[in-house]
Write a protein that binds this ligand. Sequence first.
Ligand code: ADE
Length: 256
Amino acid sequence: MRIDIISIFPEYFAPLDVSLIGKARERGILDIGVHQLRDWTHDVHRTVDDTPYGGGPGMVMKPEPWGEAVDAVRAAAPAPGEPRLIVPTPSGRPFTQALATELAAEPWLLFACGRYEGIDSRVMAEYGARLRVDEVSIGDYVLAGGEVAVLVIVEAVGRLLPGVLGNVCSVADDSFAPGAMSNLLEGPVYTKPPQWRGHEVPEILLSGHHGRIARWRRDEALRRTARNRPELVAGFDPADLDKRDRELLAELGFEV
Ligand code: ADE
């Protein structure tokens, strides 16, 4: 997969050299290019923003540098075709595991990082007519710019690419992994030693009874989901719940 990122702070992306994503780049699974938006300005101050039409606080990113930058990155295409353009913004559609899975199937993503009050909307209108454009939010809070959101999205997408994670099963077991009960959170996990500071590993996990361990894990996953994300319980498909699931959810005060 090819990823291009345009930003006024390219240095934000140093973490993409590290760990899972850094290794995926070394191994040629991911090819990432980071570009300085100011390289496509033509004034001495390398200006990228201006005051908003209609008034109001803050500054808006000017369309001209964005147009030149996006066109230049598209023209340097590593392969035929066009990128899918992703614009992180708190007013975008929610970023979910389902969207991460969808993006992981794309050959080429181009991220446009806005700062200030955002990018002049004509940029999204212009490219919306030529490319697939998604404005995406990573959560209901406001960051200082799109850079951190891009790090989040690239990590979530990158770990889904074939060959990036050692153990293929770990993706299927994730919270929010596509499939039945995709909105069941993962339960607690334990490793050695069996006792630590007076805390014991739950005995059932040492029992070797695979069936009982699977049931215990599902109970814990249901409890955790009910406690931390009660709204997800409402989204369970009744066809995915067995008798024990229903009993436990009833004990926890949920009608299913
Ligand atoms: N830029 C600022 N806040 C953001 C958010 N919550 N998600 C994506 N991009 C953002």
